[in-house]
Design a binder for this molecule. Structure first.
Ligand code: OAD
Length: 242
């Protein structure tokens, strides 16, 4: 596959828009497609407000198990290249649908988590938030007695307006938009490539498989993230931690 390397200095503001495929090579399953999380679990039973009200313990067990799975995984070389690029370029933002925290673990500082984080809990009653450290224990209930829910955007939930605003600000200034590993099926996140395009950004898709959004990109690389990113940004060296 021919990959045309990019010179980051040619761009003023770079946005990486990432989905589950970004973390697939870290060992975290994607949601859809072969082996996907939603082929094994019904989101109606584990990832929506109604399920949490009906059977909080089942929902919390699902998320506890996800945390254990994710805690055993490390950022891959794709995450590290994105983090290293941020060290070398004045404006690099990650807008991610992922809740696994791997961009932050790789060292990315400007990360906008559209769908929240597995590593935060929220009390639905008093709004308190609690950060979780991988490997450490955490309560199921808030001090007020209510069940603590994962601070994640479940099916049917609205995205946090402040988070959307941050994402829109980054898209408004972005002149290079690189999408990595998303099926483009979940809205409003799926609308971001269109917005980047309308704003005039040069846009790329990195995904082994095409989807309905693929026509929105100027160029697509049909290969896994860790094969494309190093060749797309060969000038990015530096703190590529294992
Ligand atoms: P999906 O599981 O829908 O799509 C994953 C995409 O990654 C697919 O298009 C794959 O072809 C691609 N892919 C797989 N391996 C890859 C690799 N090594 N490199 C690059 N791409 C690869 O995941 P998302 O699009 O992220 O919501 O799903 C969107 C949302 O749906 C998620 O944020 C999640 C889910 O319900 C929440 O967690 C709230």
């Amino acid at each position: 596959m021919d990959i045309v390397p990019l010179q980051p200095a040619d761009y003023q503001s770079i946005v990486f828009f990432t989905g589950a495929g970004m973390s697939a090579e870290s060992g975290i399953p994607t949601y859809r497609g072969k082996g996907g999380i939603w082929t094994k679990y019904h989101w109606e039973q584990v990832a929506c407000e109604e399920a949490f009200r009906r059977d909080p313990e089942q929902v919390l067990t699902f998320h506890r198990e996800r945390r254990l799975g994710v805690a055993a995984c490390r950022p891959n070389s794709g995450h590290h290249i994105i983090a290293a690029l941020e060290q070398q370029h004045p404006r690099v933002t990650v807008v991610t649908q992922n809740i696994d925290g791997l961009h932050g673990l790789a060292g990315s500082a400007r990360v906008i988590e559209l769908h929240g984080s597995l590593w935060r809990l929220r009390c639905p009653r008093d709004g308190q938030r609690l950060e979780i450290k991988p490997g450490s224990d955490y309560p199921d209930r808030c001090e007020c007695g209510a069940w603590l829910r994962p601070d994640i955007v479940w099916f049917g939930d609205n995205l946090d307006q402040d988070v959307i605003n941050l994402a829109m600000e980054s898209l408004a200034e972005c002149d290079l938009f690189v999408s990595v590993g998303t099926s483009g099926t979940v809205w409003p996140a799926a609308g971001l490539p269109q917005i980047a395009r309308r704003n005039g950004a040069y846009s790329l898709e990195i995904n082994p498989e095409a989807n309905e959004n693929s026509r929105l990109y100027d160029r697509a690389y049909r290969a896994p993230a860790t094969q494309v990113l190093p060749r797309l940004f060969p000038s990015v060296t530096g703190p590529v931690r294992a």
